[in-house]
Design a protein around this ligand. Structure first.
Ligand SMILES: [Zn+2]
Length: 376
């Protein structure tokens, strides 16, 4: 596509080069900005959000009456989940804090987690995935050339939350996801975090000798079981409070001695390299474009300021070769092997097997049953 044909949103930074799944209204505002407005608006006014928050917290407390925990809380040590933990304490909740140790967590993130749990007296459950195994899985994703390597971490967290929810009979999970800062993510930049068949097929084709030993996963049948019997409910707490990242950071620093580590999701050494180097260089994806677009929609930044940030490189020129050497050493990849991976054409996740066809069959069967029930 020539540059003349690229259409950019009149409001945010997204354009037709970033994703083909984008459309524009008569004022040139893109479908992502419209969807953002719709999502934030659907949460209601400040009073309605506050009322809903009170009701939900009471519901969670009632569920946990007489029990050690009333909810699950995934903690990465980043600002969103750390602030959520702070609020959980303020609101008098009793969360079981879950942390996934996949071997890539920065020291700062781990320290943040420890400080939070110590300060608030929260019990911490750390699930450790065997390092060789996890790196083997990630290497398979790198070699396959699929875009969303983070599926491996996110699927593992999803599996652990479901398993612990079942084990401890906890119905609620607090999520740090929030529309104000995360609603915009172009289709095609990420992939479903629940599709284990996709993971299994990629690993079978590119994972050489790696076997699933300690990696927690949920296949279609387990997911169906949890779907029917667990009814785990996710509550996006940050959507119902005034959430401003910079203010949240200041609160965490003064209340807990929390430490900031820079970019979004930079709590993991691999995620930092993946987002700042692999995604822009191999896939032509600069996630800052989505994050900044969110900030524009939330009126935290002007489009001009966002463009100025985007004009800078996504990675630090001075640090990147050091980070690259570190990552290659961890993956036991030579410079030549890594360059080959970076040069190869990206491969869509859809080239591999997917759980989706099983879900489609399941829902079509359910619809047929509903139809026959209505008829007779
Ligand atoms: Zn837009």
């Amino acid at each position: 596509m020539s540059s003349q044909q690229i259409q950019e949103c009149s409001q945010c930074l997204l354009n037709t080069k970033d994703t083909s799944y984008i459309s524009f209204d008569d004022n040139g505002v893109c479908s992502y900005c419209q969807s953002y407005k719709h999502k934030v608006f659907s949460l209601g006014s400040a009073n309605e959000k506050s009322d809903y928050l009170k009701t939900k917290i009471n519901e969670i407390k009632l569920h946990g009456k007489g029990k050690k925990f009333d909810c699950l809380l995934g903690l990465s040590g980043g600002v969103d989940s750390s602030y959520m933990a702070f609020l959980a304490h303020e609101l008098g909740l009793k969360p079981l804090v879950i942390h996934l140790d996949n071997g890539w967590n920065s020291e700062i993130a781990v320290k943040n987690i420890e400080k939070i749990c110590e300060k608030f007296g929260f019990e911490l459950y750390t699930y450790v995935i065997d390092w060789e195994e996890f790196v083997g899985l990630q290497k398979a994703y790198l070699k396959a050339g699929v875009v969303d390597i983070e599926v491996l971490t996110d699927h593992a967290i999803y599996a652990i939350l479901n398993k612990l929810s079942y084990k401890f009979k906890i119905k609620y999970t607090l999520s740090g996801f929030n529309y104000e800062t995360e609603a915009i993510m172009p289709k095609g930049w990420t992939y479903s975090k629940r599709d284990f068949l996709n993971i299994k097929d990629i690993v079978a084709k590119y994972g050489e000798e790696v076997k699933f030993k300690t990696y927690p996963y949920i296949n279609f049948y387990k997911a169906l079981f949890y779907y029917w019997f667990l009814k785990l409910e996710t509550f996006e707490l940050l959507n119902f409070v005034e959430y401003d990242k910079e203010t949240a950071k200041k609160t965490l620093i003064s209340e807990i001695g929390w430490t900031d580590y820079g970019g979004k999701h930079y709590e993991s050494v691999f995620t930092k390299f993946y987002q700042s180097y692999i995604l822009p260089v191999k896939f032509g994806i600069d996630k800052r474009r989505a994050h900044l677009s969110n900030q524009i929609c939330a009126q935290k930044i002007s489009k001009k300021q966002a463009n100025q940030i985007l004009e800078t490189k996504p990675f630090d020129e001075q640090l990147i070769s050091m980070e690259r050497d570190y990552i290659l050493k961890k993956f036991s990849l030579s410079e030549k092997e890594f360059e080959k991976i970076m040069q190869e054409k990206p491969r869509p996740h859809s080239e591999f097997d997917t759980d989706q066809r099983l879900w489609n069959r399941y829902f079509s069967l359910i619809n047929k049953i509903k139809f026959w029930k209505k008829r007779y």
